[in-house]
Design a protein around this ligand. Sequence first.
Ligand SMILES: CC(=O)SCCNC(=O)CCNC(=O)[C@H](O)C(C)(C)COP(=O)(O)OP(=O)(O)OC[C@H]1O[C@@H](n2cnc3c(N)ncnc32)[C@H](O)[C@@H]1OP(=O)(O)O
Ligand SMILES: O=C([O-])CC(=O)C(=O)O
Length: 368
Amino acid sequence: MTAEIHRGLAGVVADTTAISEVVPETRSLTYRGYPVQELAASRSFEEVAHLIWYGELPDPAQLAAFTERERARRELTRSTVAAIDRVPEDCHPMDVLRTAVSCLGAEDPSEDDADRLQDKAEALFARLPTVIAHAHRRRLGQARIAPDPDLPWAANFFHMCFGEVPAPEVLRCFEVSMILYAEHSFNASTFTARVVASTLSDLYSAVTAAIGALKGPLHGGANEAVMRMMLEIGEPERAAEWLRERLAAKEKVMGFGHRVYKDEDSRVPTMKAALTDMAALTGGGKWLRMYDELERAMLDAKGIHPNLDFPAGPAYHLMGFDIPMFTPLFVMSRITGWTAHVIEQRGANSLIRPLSAYTGRTPRPVPA
Ligand SMILES: CC(=O)SCCNC(=O)CCNC(=O)[C@H](O)C(C)(C)COP(=O)(O)OP(=O)(O)OC[C@H]1O[C@@H](n2cnc3c(N)ncnc32)[C@H](O)[C@@H]1OP(=O)(O)O
Ligand SMILES: O=C([O-])CC(=O)C(=O)O
């Protein structure tokens, strides 16, 4: 059989989705029809989460009800905290997250009917920040800080990580990053979640698998790699030469390139503006200058543009997060997109199982 091979499924349209649309030609990304830039300019992340799951922005009564449910469900059970506390203290927080989501799944074996799926998605949205904040403090040898139900979702997360809530401008930059990271059609981790859901496995298994897919440096792990690269470069004046050396050695430069966008990533200008705000607030102009140097050198050398992870990495650094926290922050946001896709997949399911073209040995007898 001669078959056309699509390595990496590049260019393959695997199914339909009504959740988001990526249009590389116009550098546009919409969630349920709304441009992500407009959502980032005017909405809270709770409103965007509601939009991604339920298809509409919440009215005031819906938002109040959703907020109340979210604030009431942030705490973890003793067994989840104990499971987290058993993993090595110096392991990557993505490993903690993967373990914690497995544990949350074991505590909630209920049937995945449509209502329960939605309820589980909301529970993960409320609880993952608590897991991530605990993982953060544990790595630093600090005691856990309980969630504060009087604080909004983003402010509560900072409170649980640092024991204080930052200036509203910092919170806004963080929320912008959450809105931009929330959903991006059939990216690798979302597709992973859909593959797992398509076997009629449970939502927690789908999310655990998605966490594994996001961790890799070709996907969500790139936001951490970007900041490690910037720290290694050290000074903006060294950036262009450093990049040229890496390209000459045929290495990939993290935070650049994208499978779908071949020009600019639709989210980058909004995140770059948030990074610019963070740099102004914290005196971090050096990272902004290095950003510009690297961007210019990469465009000159290869014509490749930055992706969302490029501005997000230094922005999270300026917000005070340690590098290993960056991909977990991506998870806190993308949990909305992943779970919406699991719900969509289960609503019109077909087992995801592509074909392969065999290139191994021709049939032969087993030696006697
Ligand atoms: C939120 C997100 O997940 S966004 C993606 C985050 N990931 C990264 O930033 C990792 C770095 N980027 C990459 O590895 C790639 O651009 C990917 C994996 C994201 C997309 O890649 P693909 O669509 O598979 O393209 P592919 O990797 O085949 O690259 C095509 C060409 O561009 C080059 N290229 C693409 N990205 C980069 C890069 N970051 N650095 C150097 N060269 C690059 C490749 O070397 C290749 O060149 P060649 O044709 O001369 O061999
Ligand atoms: O769409 C992709 O392939 C990767 C990406 O940008 C995302 O998941 O946000």
